[in-house]
Write a protein that binds this ligand. Structure first.
Ligand SMILES: Nc1ncnc2c1ncn2[C@@H]1O[C@H](COP(=O)(O)OP(=O)(O)OP(=O)(O)O)[C@@H](O)[C@H]1O
Ligand SMILES: [Mg+2]
Length: 362
């Protein structure tokens, strides 16, 4: 699949923009603070209805305006889709597919599949478990609408249960109502655990292969699902930890505590990996994410690379660019030197200057 074009109106620092992309490699080049990441954010919104950075809808509307529009044309096989997103300052956003408004944002999923790769992703190994859970959840939500629903309901139940645990501290008689939230927590939590476990076992094979290639056969990467509770024991653990949870006013067990274990030759990369090793592992994980998505949707997703190349050494730049040569890629950068040296084929270069974008000739 490819993104054919995007039109922005009052989105962040873009007043009025129309862009037509190439189906190969597109470079958005410009100085800092010109709007490169903002453009990728708009594209990511079109596929997922959310900001990759976790920004609120109103924050993405131009400071001086009350509404913003994103119109994206996606080509998939011989079909074309038009995705419209209408952001409003004081109302929920409107989304339409081929001019027909949708009621649930999940209806948008599966039209424009993409992988977003930012410099922060290179820290996924070194950072805390929440980053690795986000990695699993982002990918799984794109792949599976049922998972998206289970995850939302799990966090809703967790939130309610935690509120109730705080209330029980002052009103012990409320303890009986805990049953309702425990049931919800267990039902949705078990689904989340089951799906995550399947996802990691699928990802594991791809990651081992990719990592072997990236390290020229020197390193064998082994990832595994490090779940706080298993599908089988979750219910029992919730029950056994009730008094503890009441005492501490928080839910101590469940998939909100999950992690991914990342080992090379049995050494835990999260704790003991060198910076270079951690980055290569992160690169393997991201490239595996891309491959796994491709296997599931039987299409090539779009890759958005936000300023990642400047963070990698020459060898890893080569590895990355080599492995993505056959998909549509939109890359942001502040200089073109890396590409010229790499002799990498660039299909279209755009120059980004203060919320305007023009074609750039080498
Ligand atoms: N809602 C908004 N309205 C207007 N301008 C905004 C809004 N949100 C962010 N901006 C501005 O947009 C500008 C460009 O931001 P962006 O993150 O896209 O820069 P960039 O080109 O990716 O820079 P860098 O190379 O530093 O990553 C920033 O100066 C930011 O303050
Ligand atoms: Mg940026």
């Amino acid at each position: 699949m490819i993104i054919k074009s995007v039109d922005l109106l009052n989105f962040r620092n873009y007043k009025d923009l129309s862009l037509i992309f190439d189906s190969g490699t597109n470079i958005l080049y410009g100085n800092n603070a010109q709007g490169k990441t903002n453009l990728l954010e708009a594209l990511y919104m079109s596929g997922t209805s959310k900001s990759y950075k976790g920004a609120k809808d109103r924050e993405m509307i131009n400071f001086n305006e009350n509404e913003a529009h994103i119109k994206t044309i996606v080509e998939k096989g011989d079909r074309e889709y038009r995705i419209d997103i209408h952001l409003r300052k004081n109302k929920t956003k409107g989304i339409a597919i081929n001019k027909v408004p949708i009621r649930k944002t999940s209806e948008l999923f599966g039209i424009l599949d993409m992988v977003f790769f930012s410099p922060e992703d290179l820290n996924i190994i070194k950072n805390g478990p929440s980053e690795r859970r986000r990695f699993m959840d982002n990918e799984l939500c794109q792949l599976d609408k049922i998972y998206l629903n289970d995850l939302k309901n799990y966090y809703k139940a967790l939130d309610q249960r935690n509120k109730l645990l705080k209330d029980i501290y002052d009103h012990p008689e409320l303890k009986e109502t805990l049953d309702i939230w425990d049931k919800q927590l267990v039902t949705f939590g078990k689904n989340v655990i089951k799906r995550r476990s399947l996802f990691i076992s699928e990802l594991k094979e791809i990651t081992t292969d990719i990592h072997k290639k990236l390290t020229k056969g020197k390193e064998e990467l082994e990832i595994s699902y490090e779940c706080d509770s298993t599908y089988e024991n979750f219910e029992n653990r919730v029950f056994l930890n009730r008094d503890h949870d009441i005492r501490f006013s928080t839910t101590s067990v469940g998939p909100h505590r999950d992690d991914i274990s990342i080992k090379v030759k049995n050494v835990d990369m999260r704790k003991f990996g060198s910076q270079g090793q951690q980055r290569t592992c992160a690169l393997s994980l991201k490239l595996s994410e891309l491959k796994l998505l491709e296997n599931h949707i039987h299409e090539k997703p779009v890759l958005l690379l936000d300023d990642v190349l400047s963070e990698l050494d020459k060898e890893r730049q080569y590895d990355l660019l080599d492995s993505i040569s056959d998909i549509q890629t939109i890359i942001t950068c502040t200089g073109l030197e890396d590409f010229v040296e790499n002799r990498f084929e660039l299909n279209k270069i755009f120059h980004v200057v203060n919320g305007t974008i023009s074609d750039y000739q080498i």
